[in-house]
Design a protein around this ligand. Structure first.
Ligand SMILES: Nc1ncnc2c1ncn2[C@@H]1O[C@H](COP(=O)(O)OP(=O)(O)OP(=O)(O)O)[C@@H](O)[C@H]1O
Ligand SMILES: [Mg+2]
Length: 266
């Protein structure tokens, strides 16, 4: 079976007063239909620009090169209308900060409904049932009542669950999670990671998981792409990258992971 997503030699360029600047420089990777691929790199390495390029959501002015094919369909240069149809349906993204992506003036149920009805064109009643199911699926207690609550009535971890419910409501083939746990405390981070891993297994959604923390990747990804300053520095299976990193930069990231058998020096 062919790969779900094929990214080939992707570049993202911004015009600046000092001329064009490449923030993604020739990135290639693939995501299988039943796979989680991790993208790791320090702040500013181009992880978000890579995912926004895939989603067709780059800031105005940015230009792209190379190729991004979802299920064989070229996304770079595709018409806005076609991309809008694919987003939320065939591909979804969970952003780092759920508060900035949830509308404070609408109940979470209505916001999930909106995604569902935009793509499935079903009645409000049917959509409400789907929203409640989606909230149950991400482990939100008392979903039948909570569906009518507003974003500010939830904790950070709960809001991230709601974002995941919204992203998965149309059962997309591809889910991009861009640092979905960085704003959360460690215990909640672990819960969200487990949830994403479980959901991926149940739904068979292919996933791209973005983080600057290599330790997080080790528990969830089958393949890993390491980026630095827009460049792909290393790409391979998780075992390969962890066991024998080929690049100094990856080694440095690995060394910064605190290990359970590290000596305590305090
Ligand atoms: N509108 C813009 N115009 C020019 N350059 C930009 C613009 N937006 C982002 N950049 C640059 O693109 C580069 C890559 O940014 P990106 O957001 O992809 O990094 P990241 O790896 O996601 O970092 P983080 O871990 O902090 O989220 C950065 O150097 C940033 O300064
Ligand atoms: Mg980012």
């Amino acid at each position: 079976m062919s790969e779900l997503l094929v990214v080939e030699d992707l570049t993202v360029t911004f015009p600046t007063t000092r001329g064009p600047v490449d923030v993604v420089k020739g990135v290639s990777f693939t995501v299988g239909r039943d796979e989680t691929v991790g993208i790791v790199g320090e702040s500013g390495s181009g992880k978000s620009m890579t995912s926004l390029a895939i989603m067709g959501l780059l800031p105005r002015g940015a230009t792209t090169g190379g190729s991004v094919r979802l299920d064989g369909v070229e996304l770079l240069g595709a018409a806005d209308r076609d991309l809008r149809r694919l987003r939320g349906d065939q591909m979804s993204m969970v952003f780092q900060d759920p508060l900035s992506s949830l509308n404070p003036y609408y109940t979470v149920g209505l916001q999930i409904d909106e995604v569902y009805r935009a793509h499935r064109g079903r009645s409000r009643r049917a959509a409400r049932e789907v929203a409640i199911k989606a909230l149950e699926q991400v482990g939100l207690p008392d979903a039948g009542r909570r569906v009518d609550h507003y974003p500010h009535q939830f904790s950070g971890g709960q809001r991230q669950r709601i974002m995941i419910a919204m992203a998965l409501v149309c059962s997309p083939a591809l889910l991009i999670a861009d640092e979905p746990t960085t704003a959360l405390d460690v215990t909640v981070q672990a819960q969200i990671l487990r949830l994403l891993a479980d959901l991926r297994q149940q739904t068979g959604t292919g996933m791209i998981f973005i983080t600057h923390d290599l330790a997080v990747i080790s528990s969830i990804a089958t393949r890993v792409l390491v980026m630095r300053a827009g460049e792909p520095v290393e790409y391979g299976t998780a075992e390969q990258v962890f066991a024998e990193p080929r690049h100094d930069y990856t080694r440095m990231l690995l060394e910064s992971i605190p290990r359970i058998d590290d000596e305590v020096t305090t």
